[in-house]
Write a protein that binds this ligand. Structure first.
Ligand code: DC
Length: 225
């Protein structure tokens, strides 16, 4: 039987990964965080001191890069860069910036496309990213565009940073979110946009439980699970 694929796209900070991971665990599906895959390429560029915005320089390195994806006993997705586990390193703020820069290059996107499709060919997946419903899995069984207002996303991020002991002012966080939204949705290669057949889920007014219930309802309605 053909595996089921669920595509979840949306802007940064909309809660995609937390919701997708939790829904995947409930459904017994594989959760694929595609942002982590772009972060792994960003990590390589950072380590090598390559300007991540310099497409020819990044493209020239691609044959030397092997991106591996494994699932630990904890069930969490681990990223391997040429065999080395970089799961923690890719979350550093400097790697976020590198990931954002390398993800704009068509050569990088083409390099990572097949690996993402292969996962969906061989497993029931919930895959999250920016172009899953539009480019990676245009025939996904369910497509969700998960979003929340920039203000709500900034507020959530502010609380997260406070809890981590690294608070930042609301206005600064909001400005960064708006900038990233603009960059993600205005780049030429696979910009962030809602697929015509995606269901819009706006979590601005919902807490986590309500958002998860809404996501599972959409998935069940569409797949008959
Ligand atoms: O979701 P994230 O913040 O971990 O993603 C890291 C970067 O990768 C982000 O700048 C957007 C980019 N990305 C992308 O272009 N396409 C995807 N499918 C996933 C992430």
């Amino acid at each position: 039987m053909k595996p089921i694929s669920i595509a979840i796209d949306g802007p940064s900070g909309a809660g995609k990964s937390t919701l997708a991971r939790s829904a995947a665990a409930k459904l017994g599906y594989l959760y694929v965080d595609t942002g982590a895959i772009y972060r792994t390429i960003g990590c390589y560029a950072h380590r090598k001191g390559i300007d991540p915005k310099d497409e020819p320089a990044v493209k020239a390195e691609l044959p030397q890069i092997h991106v591996g994806l494994t699932y630990g006993e904890d069930g969490l997705q681990h990223m391997l860069l040429n065999g080395q586990d970089v799961t923690k390193e890719i979350r550093l703020p400097e790697i976020s910036l590198c990931a954002s820069a390398v993800s704009a290059h068509p050569s990088v996107r083409a390099f990572l496309l097949e690996m993402q499709r292969e996962l969906a060919r061989t497993h029931n997946v919930i895959m999250d990213g920016r172009d899953i419903g539009t480019v990676v899995l245009p025939d996904a069984d369910v497509k969700v565009f998960l979003t929340a207002s920039a203000e709500v996303r900034a507020k959530r991020r502010m609380l997260e940073l406070e809890q981590r002991g690294t608070p930042e002012p609301f206005e600064k966080i909001l400005k960064e979110i708006e900038e990233r939204d603009w960059n993600d949705s205005h780049r030429a290669a696979a910009p962030l946009r809602q697929a015509a057949d995606a269901v819009l889920l706006d979590t601005s007014e919902l807490d986590f439980q309500e958002s998860e219930a809404a996501l599972l309802r959409i998935i069940r309605e569409r797949t008959g699970l």
